[in-house]
Design a binder for this molecule. Structure first.
Ligand code: COA
Length: 701
């Protein structure tokens, strides 16, 4: 960013001083912008302008404070002072908003006297997603403007609202089509002509109070351990109970405290990590291949979810199934998914009709796949079946088509090798339900061409996914690590913990669901198949194994889909209760293995589980399966319910301290030195006094 005058251009249009922010790409409120705003207001006053118009150049009004400055010593002028300076101006100050007015951006708008926006503008206070609260009097001004409850809804969820909703809530005064400059100037002229008064929100009466403690507790509970949404409640309480200036000071104190937390660090890490995953050196300057029509082979839950996601992204989809009956079922599944989108208002009826009738074609013939730019296979997870599909695909796909497998652990090199074009083959590992889950692992085989990888990322972007590059290994990044930490949990069960204690301890840590509740949701047959395969391949004699879960499956209990698994779902998925058949099976397994059970504390459960996760993640990074630690973090955040406020397992490990974790692992190895072999990368980092974040930085260059 350049000087203040460059960051905020000043221009007079008659009586109106126009301040145009110029800080691409999102007009973040960095130091020069803040300085530029103060100087612009002062100049307008000195020159005797009657009104000031503030808007953003390019695609957006201010999208927020400059997140890159967070955690560093703050630079003057501070944002709250800039807001106060704007509001205190004797001139009429108008904001014209387009794009996304977020966080500090909306706080600037709230300190101007009038707000107008284009219909497509969006706004919000997303600070909670960064582990913070609004810190430039947003918690004081917004409730004065729209009342406590509506303001708290916006702040505690961090959700974005559209211009129409903002208008009806009273956040803004007017919505008009046009460029921000046009609509802002017209509005300011009108305000001058009608002698409109200044309208400082801080001078509005304090809002009506609510039951603060009850609301605080409810918000805390909803956040599953995340503190910042609940602290919004305390800041807004200050707006009701304290004079404006003291309320601002109270907000500032809370903001500063949160700035020092691990949660803030974790969430800001997540923010930048999810933007860094797609930045790969091999993709620099590489153009993706064209993508308009795709084909999906296999219309089960996964294939239908992928097709739904592609249709929603505006692609045309040909779905191949084995028989007309199976094709009809696939169509029903897709239509079912799309009707969910219709209900939630994501598409309208005309869109629904177009997607199901025109954009989607069902077929039972491979010959109909010849026009597809990209084909994704989502058939049964069996190597021979996949190879057969790829042989057929190789015969019919047009030259240059990208051929993708949705396998979740099979060797993509082996699949690619049955085609005459292995450079066109890659893995696209979606997570179920594929039209909902945001994670996409893009698996690069030995011979995958860079533009094929780029096309995978382009597809992910169009579908609104967070795409992570992964190398080939059993389970890629996510499932490989999952398999390891799940084993650590299984070992704890053998040694005396219950699945329910483990789930509860990990849910208290912040996971959306504990591992056994997840297993029930995914289907216990999946793990059963993996165990059978691994046993058939030959387990290392030192590896611990357990059979209680096999007994559950043999009895027909596959989890939620059969009504019973680790839990009993008779009263519904949310009202899960432990299945009483499970404990005796575990006890029998322990007895057969001669294990005397012992008690585990919740802390020990979390510690062992996380140590296993971090250790395997370190191997995954060390072997180059994941390029950087942040790729692991994003995978676990988006595919495995890892609590975002902890940043991801490797960010968590950094904050926890790698030497202590390594020491724990060495301690566990005294009981089981096969499972608990320290990852060489972890040992190296500890020896060199480095962190995973250092590796992220080295990779960024
Ligand atoms: N401060 C610093 N950099 C920011 C930023 C901010 N507030 N918001 C976005 N950026 C950067 C991104 O890191 C990205 O940089 P890169 O190109 O080097 O990766 C670039 O701006 C574009 O952002 P991106 O998210 O890729 O674009 P988008 O068009 O999908 O989304 C936003 C734009 C503004 C909606 C989104 O970036 C966002 O939500 N930003 C955070 C807003 C926020 O939380 N503000 C409150 C802070 S008080």
């Amino acid at each position: 960013m350049g000087t203040a005058a460059q960051a905020v251009a000043y221009e007079r249009k008659g009586d109106i001083a126009v301040l145009k922010a110029q800080n691409p790409p999102v007009n973040a409120l960095g130091q020069a912008v803040r300085q530029g705003l103060i100087e612009g207001i002062a100049k307008a006053e000195d020159e005797g302008a009657k009104a000031v118009l503030i808007y953003g150049d390019g695609t957006t009004y201010f999208a927020g404070a400059d997140i890159r400055e967070f955690g560093k010593p703050p630079l003057e002028p501070y944002l709250p002072d800039v807001c106060n300076r704007i509001e205190a101006s004797p001139l009429i100050v108008v904001s014209a908003m387009h794009g996304t007015a977020l966080g500090g951006g909306l706080e600037i708008a709230l300190s101007t006297h009038y707000r107008i926006a284009v219909p497509k503008a969006r706004m919000g206070l997303p600070e909670v997603h960064l582990g913070l609260i609004p810190g430039a009097a947003g918690t004081q001004r917004l409730p004065r403007l729209i009342g406590v409850e509506k303001a708290l809804d916006i702040m505690t969820t961090g959700r974005q609202i559209g211009a129409e909703e903002a208008l009806s809530l009273g956040v803004i005064d007017r919505v008009t089509e046009g460029t921000p400059e046009e609509i802002g100037l017209a509005y300011a002229e009108e305000l001058i002509a009608s002698n409109a008064p200044r309208r400082p929100v801080s001078e509005m009466p304090a809002p009506e109070p609510i039951d603060w403690d009850a609301t605080y507790e409810a918000v805390l509970k909803r956040g599953r351990g995340q503190i910042s949404p609940a602290m919004c409640v305390r800041a807004v309480q200050g707006a009701c109970e304290l004079p404006f200036d003291e309320g601002v000071a109270n907000e500032r104190r809370i903001f500063r405290e949160l700035m020092e937390t691990d949660q803030r660090q974790g969430m800001i890490h997540a923010f930048f990590a999810e933007r860094a995953v797609g930045k790969l050196p091999e993709l620099k300057g590489v153009e993706p291949r064209p993508l308009a029509a795709i084909a999906v082979i296999g219309g089960g839950t996964m294939g239908s979810g992928i097709a739904t996601s592609a249709l929603m992204a505006g692609l045309s989809v040909t779905m191949l199934e084995m028989s007309p009956e199976a094709a009809a079922k696939a169509k029903d599944r897709i239509a079912g998914n799309l009707s969910g989108a219709l209900k939630r208002g994501k598409i309208d009826q005309a869109g629904f009709d177009r997607l199901t009738e025109q954009a989607l074609t069902l077929t039972t013939s491979y010959d109909d796949l010849g026009q597809a730019d990209l084909v994704i296979e989502a058939v049964y997870e069996e190597m021979e079946v996949k190879k057969e599909v790829f042989r057929k695909l190789d015969a019919v796909a047009m030259p240059g088509a990208v051929l993708a497998t949705n396998t979740s652990y099979l060797d993509v090199n082996e699949i690619a090798a049955v085609t005459a074009r292995p450079e066109d083959v890659l893995g696209l590992h979606f997570f179920s339900p594929a039209h909902v889950m945001k994670l996409l692992e893009i698996v690069v085989a030995d011979r995958t061409a860079p533009e094929v990888l780029a096309t995978g990322f382009a597809l992910g972007k169009r579908m609104g996914k967070v795409s992570v590059r992964a190398g080939v290994c059993d389970g890629f990044i996510g499932n490989r690590i999952l398999s390891h930490y799940r084993s650590a949990a299984d070992h704890m069960i053998l040694d005396g913990a219950s699945p329910y204690q483990i789930d509860a301890a990990l849910e208290a840590f912040g996971f959306a669901m504990g591992p056994y509740a997840v297993a029930d949701l995914a289907g216990l047959d999946i793990g059963w198949a993996v165990r059978k395969r691994r046993r058939a391949e030959g387990l290392d004699p030192r590896a611990r194994d357990s059979t209680y879960a096999d007994r559950l499956c043999e009895a027909g209990h596959f989890g939620q889909k059969t009504g019973k698994g680790y839990y009993d779902y008779a009263a519904g998925a949310k009202a899960r209760v432990p299945n009483p058949e499970v404990e005796p099976l575990i006890e029998a397994d322990r007895a057969a293995q001669g294990i005397t059970p012992r008690a585990f504390t919740d802390d020990e459960i979390v510690r062992r589980y996380m140590a296993a996760m971090v250790n395997e993640a370190a191997r995954v990074v060390g072997e180059g399966i994941a390029r950087r630690p942040l790729d692991v973090d994003v995978t676990l955040l988006y595919g495995y319910g890892f609590p975002r406020y902890r940043g991801g397992p490797l960010k968590w490990a950094d904050m926890e301290g790698l030497p202590g974790l390594l020491e724990d692992i060495r301690g566990y190895a005294r009981q089981d030195d096969y499972f608990w072999q320290p990852a060489p990368l972890l040992e190296k980092l500890v020896a060199e006094g480095k962190t995973f974040e250092d590796l992220n930085k080295e990779a960024a260059g």
